[in-house]
Design a protein around this ligand. Sequence first.
Ligand SMILES: Cc1cc2c(cc1C)N(C[C@H](O)[C@H](O)[C@H](O)COP(=O)(O)O)c1[nH]c(=O)[nH]c(=O)c1N2
Length: 251
Amino acid sequence: MENHNAPSAHPFSDADRAAVYQAIFNRRDVRGQFLPTPVPDEVLSRVLMAAHHAPSVGFMQPWNFLLVRSDEVKQRVHGVFSAANREAAQMFPDEKREIYSSLKLQGILEAPLNLCITCDRTRSGPVVIGRTHMPTMDLYSSVCAVQNLWLAARAEGLGVGWVSIFHEKALQDALGIPHHIVPVAYLCIGYVSHFKDKPELEQAGWLPRLPINDLVYFEQWGATDSAQNDPLTAALGAMQAAIQHQQVFPK
Ligand SMILES: Cc1cc2c(cc1C)N(C[C@H](O)[C@H](O)[C@H](O)COP(=O)(O)O)c1[nH]c(=O)[nH]c(=O)c1N2
């Protein structure tokens, strides 16, 4: 993993670079392995600050961070999840419904900390640099904050699980969020007994990880390198196989 071609101004050592990839490749969506150990404020302040340093369209910073620690509020949110989850199960075809119902899809009550990351779509007025023609960019900015927090949390040894099985209005009401503020992500956060090696949905046979070479196009939509002789295609294929066999980016 040595970076022989790094320009001289490259600020990361090989070890630092490897640590970034380690956080990315060993991050997991955690639903079931939470420990009750509280998250110290020093650690929490670091992951929240990482979220606050995410990119945002027009530097809009449309996020807020609503921390939930009380059992009473968690129970309310869990009720909102349960109602939506019962409806969700009915939406899947018969052959998938049984697996769906067996999946654990949240750790709201077990995680010592819950966090709702929101998007205030009005934050810097109606005209925002970069959002003039694609209005959803503010929502994507809040998602960038989620991902920053998720990776920082992994580096801290904290598990994060994203729960999105809610009626939006019911979640807003449970948390006292005004209806013009979008609850982008409801996250369950805490130390964990272990991180799984693979996504739980992959392990459960729900879906496999897609081959990256089916997703990379050249010059025009849909144009994969079907001859498989492009060096990038070869490198990506080899890397995906190695990751699948845990040969690179070990924990
Ligand atoms: C926008 C969004 C929304 C959700 C999720 C993720 C994202 C990005 N995920 C987690 C998701 O299932 C998980 O990321 C994938 O299965 C891949 O697994 P890893 O995150 O790599 O462990 C998720 N998981 C879950 O158990 N309940 C949920 O409601 C959701 N919702």
